[in-house]
Design a binder for this molecule. Sequence first.
Ligand code: PMP
Length: 280
Amino acid sequence: MKCLVIYYKNGFMERENAKVDIEDRGYQFGDGIYEVVRVYNGKFFTLDEHLARFVRSATELHIKLPFTVEALTNLLEQLVEKNELINGYVYIQLTRGAADRIHNYADNLEPVLTMYSTVRERALSDIENGVDVYLHEDIRWLRCDIKSLNLLPNTLANTAAKNKGGHEAILHRGEIVTEASASNIFIVKNNELVTHPANNLILNGITRGKILQIAEDLKIPVKEEAFTIEELFAADEAFITNTGVEIGPINHVDDKAIGTGKPGPVTRKLQKAFEALLPS
Ligand code: PMP
């Protein structure tokens, strides 16, 4: 179902009434940032963490946030209420604003905030049955820690994977696996979790952070270290994490089975613990 009421620029309005300036730098340069936050049973999940990352992305790109985190939270609560959203997402985007189309930006632009919601149920089939993924060279820039609107390398990789019948593209820089086009990746080897460190080469996923917390609680050892494609193929289990799929067990990479080719016991344990955290 389409979101009825959105927030755009200075207030709530019907989606049809939003007029995007053709010289908005988000539109022309991808000059902006975003977040996607999950709503379960009418309640936000990990909203504070998402907004903290939003603030960080804005700060790194020198985009001024038009609201405090408290005010943003309040607007998001209003958005959910106005759309009577029970299960789905809110999308939050901030562009640097509109100006004559020149590459450099002035520091007095008025940033443009867009927020809307989408109805979506949990991806139970992917969670239960697992997903197949395909490798793709990571051709992104060197600030993947910023959740910027520049997603062309991600959309190209994701489309290539989807065209092969896969769910996700696993990105690698040479031999090193970084993350996926819209998710982080973990492998399990000898009951230990391994995932790429949260540096400039990956987006530090909020779901990834939750997995690290859960692993600590469950006393599952974690190594935040880069691993290779070879190690991925030799893993006992592997899974992707993001706001949408939560924890998606990986069955096959490039048509080759990982472990048994079915969701493994460590992945199942983490899924169970994650599910227990969801608002009821
Ligand atoms: N990496 C990339 C490139 C992503 O786009 C996403 C989705 N936002 C993630 C990882 C996972 O982040 P999160 O768990 O916060 O959704």
